[in-house]
Design a protein around this ligand. Structure first.
Ligand SMILES: Nc1ncnc2c1ncn2[C@@H]1O[C@H](COP(=O)(O)OP(=O)(O)OP(=O)(O)O)[C@@H](O)[C@H]1O
Length: 571
């Protein structure tokens, strides 16, 4: 774990060396200062050589300036190092999450992912800066101070050492306890985030059911759990800090009393006594630093551990070695004996055989939950099949590079997802480098033109978070405009179930018919009227594909489709 943590320093090694060496020089200067004071009192003062006293004072002043500058370096560039590492980790995690398969998102709460990327990494920068540096410097100054104290007066130095084993024990025990407490705290805050994400995105449902009180209570449960976990951590920390404080102050007093007696009996000079007391401070500074690290280390490491846990989750759908980078596709799709389940306990598809010729429009119909959407999700490899194969233009899609395959498939989902931003940005999502002319052309073909013209800010209109300021029909037309820009040879249309008014429906239908031209189009159909002209209708039931043929053939067969047709049109 530590080795992995240190690997993040490699890109910033120059900064690290700069910061670290400055910190070492500061520590050496601090170590030398009490010695200088001791020498000042014992040797320089009795000589009454004022010019030497002034020269030494000026020398000390210069050293102070150097030390001040180096402290600035350590504070600023040291933190810069930490922030750089934190930023790298956050970027890496975000990119990793983007690569995850649908299965991951099916099973992970959004708030949880957000927590990992933001909160969990919050303390890592501080740890990256202070961790190795403070530890090394603390050990160095501690040993240095102790060694000097020992050479000045061994008996007095041993008095200062008495508390050391107790101190070490206290630190180790509280470190272990804090580690546990902070890990728990991160889990709880992730749950708080998940709850907030859920309630805020679902706020319209919450308010329409007047369930605000219920949501408040659910939130309070998580919030209190987080409070308890955090308070637990602070309790251990407070005990430990107080213990350290007490022990260190006890030693100061013991050294002062015993040192006074040694001085009184002529075994210690005044300069040595003053130097010794100053060294006690130098000796305790590292202990203070280490106790601060004790708070930081478990917190940072708990976050780092959660970071690596997520980073080590490999996506389910990956490219094989030497995967084919697809340049273009005709759009012939073949399903051979395909089986699939979202989890091992339940098979959703089995024995699916299907041939789709390029340029055809295929409509999938059947009862809810039969697997129509699932069949379509397998084509862009949102999930990989468990058995059998899917081939496009004769190549197994598992042998194609995932991104190149998906760049040839367009999907218009039932529930159109729009991003916060302008209309222009949302249409251009289909082709990020689209020119204004291309965007306008796509909008025109999606029958969006007159709507955009009616807006005071036209293409620059902000559509609100997730397109909240737009109607269902407008959102669908934006999704269609995106597809005109993307221009994929294979198109998947998940027909909207929500009813639109007849006129809007007609406009959308016209746009879709134009979009489907010269492409292999798969329509997940909910209303049978819209698929009359499909080249092939595939009836999917829980047992698999029950019927296929064109509209008239299926009506004539008098099977499931004919039945569905009768039910829908008799209403
Ligand atoms: N992400 C998922 N994780 C687990 N199970 C899922 C997931 N998506 C769908 N299912 C299950 O798979 C089965 C098929 O669902 P699918 O969405 O493919 O049906 P559908 O025919 O498209 O239904 P509808 O017409 O209602 O959209 C259902 O039993 C559903 O509960």
């Amino acid at each position: 774990m530590l080795k992995r943590f240190f690997s993040y320093y490699i890109p910033h090694k120059k900064l690290f060396v700069f910061d670290f060496s400055s910190a070492i020089i500061v520590a050496i200067l601090e170590l030398a200062f009490p010695l200088a004071v001791q020498w000042f009192i014992d040797s320089l003062l009795p000589s009454e050589n004022w010019s030497a006293i002034v020269s030494v004072s000026i020398g000390l002043l210069v050293l102070y300036f150097i030390s001040t500058f180096l402290q600035f370096v350590v504070n600023y560039w040291g933190h810069k190092l930490g922030i750089n590492i934190e930023t790298d980790m956050r970027k890496q995690l975000f990119q990793h999450v983007q690569k995850q398969s649908f299965k991951f998102f099916d099973n992970t709460k959004t708030g949880n992912i957000m927590s990992r990327i933001t909160n969990d990494l919050m303390d890592i920068g501080e740890l990256a800066h202070h961790g190795p540096e403070d530890l090394f410097i603390s050990i160095m100054t501690f040993i240095g101070a102790f060694w000097i104290m020992f050479t000045v007066n061994a008996k007095l130095a041993l008095v200062a050492l008495i508390v050391l084993p107790f101190l070490a024990l206290l630190m180790i025990v509280s470190n272990l306890k804090m580690n546990k407490a902070w890990k728990k705290m991160f889990t709880e805050i992730a749950d708080v985030n998940a709850r907030v994400e859920d309630s805020v995105s679902g706020v319209r449902v919450v308010q329409s059911f007047t369930n605000e009180e219920f949501e408040n209570n659910r939130f309070s449960v998580n919030n209190l759990k987080f409070r308890k976990a955090k308070l637990g951590g602070y309790k251990v920390m407070s005990f430990s800090l107080s213990g350290i404080y007490m022990m260190t102050r006890f030693v100061t007093l013991a050294v002062l009393v015993y040192g006074a007696w040694l001085s009184y009996t002529g075994q210690l000079s005044y300069g040595e006594l003053v130097g010794f007391v100053l060294y006690i401070n130098v000796l305790f500074k590292p202990i203070d630093k280490i106790s601060a690290l004790m708070e930081l280390y478990p917190k940072g490491m708990a976050g780092f551990k959660r970071f690596t846990e997520l980073l080590d989750m490999d996506p389910d759908v990956v490219d094989v070695k030497d995967a084919v980078e697809v340049q273009s596709l005709r759009g012939d799709i073949t399903f051979s004996n395909v089986s699939f389940g979202y989890d091992e306990h339940k098979q959703v598809l089995k024995g699916i055989n299907l041939d789709i010729t390029s340029g055809e429009t295929i409509a999938f119909v059947g009862p809810s939950g039969a697997g129509k959407t699932t069949i379509c999700s397998l084509i862009p490899r949102f999930y990989d099949v468990d058995g059998g194969s899917i081939k496009i233009d004769g190549i197994d899609i598992r042998d194609m590079a995932k991104q190149s395959l998906r760049s040839h498939i367009g999907i218009v989902q039932q529930d159109v997802f729009l991003f916060t931003g302008t209309l222009r940005e949302n249409i251009a999502y289909g082709k990020l480098d689209a020119s204004q002319e291309e965007i306008e052309e796509a909008a025109k073909r999606a029958h969006l033109e007159s709507f955009i013209e009616s807006l005071p800010f036209g293409y620059d209109t902000q559509i609100g978070e997730r397109g909240l300021k737009l109607s269902g029909g407008q959102k669908q037309r934006i999704a269609i405009a995106r597809m005109f820009l993307k221009n994929p040879p294979i198109l998947i249309l998940d027909e909207a179930t929500s009813a639109l008014d007849t006129e809007t429906e007609m406009i959308i239908q016209r746009a879709l018919t134009e979009l489907a031209k010269d492409r292999t189009t798969l329509v997940i159909a909910h209303r049978l009227a819209t698929i009359r002209n499909a080249d092939k209708i595939v009836v999917v039931t829980e047992e698999g594909i029950a019927e296929q043929g064109n509209h008239d053939e299926l009506i004539q067969q008098g099977g499931i489709f004919a039945n569905l047709h009768r039910v829908q049109f008799q209403r």
